[in-house]
Design a protein around this ligand. Structure first.
Ligand code: SF4
Length: 403
């Protein structure tokens, strides 16, 4: 097709988006590869307004916590694990340490914890049910989102249980939902290059489908910058959209939100490789990816901006590129930070800082829960916010994992 022909086709596809229609894989690919970024942003904002009308941007108060850094999966982009429990830096956090972290988060107004860890072969399945049950009994007001699909698959493998049995037993003791981690690129061609031992695409989606059937809260994630092409990225989008269609068809809520970020490779095997310059993605690529996600994933209600890898300014721009959520306070995050994210060590934003960022970008901040239900909208100002507090640095353990 001539350039002129492509331009007309792109205009037509963008009109479909503005009219609230679904676009096909090939239409999405054409937009991804050839449309002007600002035209895409306009269309993504139209999609945002069709799905989440208004000027509210939500956020969550929570804390990211890691229970172990021992992992046998050797992902090429990971600098957070150690392969043996006998290594000097290996840890399995005690209930005392975890309890202290949760209590600190509770005092800062957190409504949930997000807990993940490595694939630690020394921990039996009972460790997880005992831990979740203990947290739930000790902190009944805190929602527990824990264990990405790769950890669930690992638990199933070590226990001989099915994914459904693992998730049912965890839910019975207090698990509220699963983080969407470990998705990276949902295309095995890329997964086999950078994380060959990690959960494959079909199983990641399969675990999430079971979680949806069991009414566990879930999100979908994506990491870009592994040398994947727009076609690989569109494959990821298409697989998520299909999975979401299936889950919605059975009356499940499916994925509540989608969030993507760019791979951070400092201090990782990818960062030490001769091909290191090939990895990573620019803020412009991140923004193009974000608008394409909003346009294509028309059945996933919310889209979060990623400030930990992009910095607050790009996060603010993302709010004008289709995102309606600013993520969470995190309080503690040691994964992308240890691999070189702009936020470096344990990135966090206080609630005050999140409000400042959202207001500066021209939106109204609102606290939400994990199901993205608005708990409090701050349309008239921040007078009622509690005083600004941060967690003492010594209580943030600077090692963690990404799953
Ligand atoms: S990303 Fe997760 S699964 Fe991969 S090596 Fe790191 S801790 Fe293990």
């Amino acid at each position: 097709m001539s350039n002129n022909g492509h331009t007309k086709t792109i205009e037509h596809i963008l009109e479909k988006v503005h009219a609230g229609e679904r676009i096909s894989y090939e239409e999405g690919l054409l937009l991804y590869e050839q449309a002007e970024l600002l035209d895409l942003a306009e269309a993504a904002n139209a999609r945002r307004q069709q799905i989440n009308p208004g000027d509210v941007v939500s956020y969550l108060i929570d804390r990211n916590i890691n229970y172990t850094n021992v992992c046998v999966t050797d992902c090429q982009f990971c600098n957070f694990y150690t392969p043996r429990s006998t290594d000097a830096k290996a840890y399995v956090n005690s209930k005392e340490v975890l309890g202290r972290k949760i209590e600190e988060a509770r005092q800062l107004g957190a409504t949930r914890i997000l807990m993940q860890g490595g694939h630690n072969p020394d921990l039996p399945f009972e460790y997880y049910t005992d831990l979740v049950g203990w947290i739930h009994r000790t902190f009944p007001q805190i929602e527990i989102d824990a264990f990405s699909p790769s950890e669930i698959e690992f638990m199933a493998n070590i226990s001989g249980k099915s994914w459904e049995e693992v998730l049912t037993e965890l839910k019975a003791v207090g698990l509220a939902g699963l983080p969407g981690g470990g998705g990276e690129i949902l295309d095995d061609e890329i997964r086999n290059l950078v994380s060959p031992k990690k959960i494959k695409t079909a199983n990641w989606l399969g675990v999430m489908k079971v979680a949806h059937r069991l009414d566990l809260t879930t999100t979908a994630t994506m990491v870009i910058g592994f040398t994947e092409t727009p076609r690989h990225r569109m494959n990821h989008f298409q697989r998520l959209r299909d999975t979401q269609d299936d889950s919605l068809a059975i009356g499940s809520r499916g994925f509540n939100a989608f969030i993507s970020w760019t791979v951070q490779i400092e201090n990782t095997p990818l960062g030490r490789s001769k091909r290191r310059d090939l990895f990573g993605a620019t803020p412009q690529e991140y923004l193009r990816h974000t608008v394409m996600a909003r346009i294509f994933l028309d059945n996933i209600p919310h889209l979060s901006a990623s400030w930990p890898t992009q910095g607050a300014k790009v996060g603010q721009v993302a709010l004008h590129f289709g995102c309606d959520d600013f993520g969470s306070t995190m309080i503690e995050e040691n994964v992308v930070s240890a691999a070189g994210a702009p936020t470096k060590v344990s990135p966090m934003m206080t609630v005050h800082e999140i409000h400042r960022q959202i207001r500066e970008a021209g939106f109204v901040p609102a606290q939400r829960n994990t199901r993205y239900e608005i708990m409090r909208e701050y349309r008239d100002g921040d007078e009622d916010l509690p005083p600004e507090k941060v967690v003492e640095a010594e209580n943030v353990i600077p090692l963690a994992v990404l799953n």
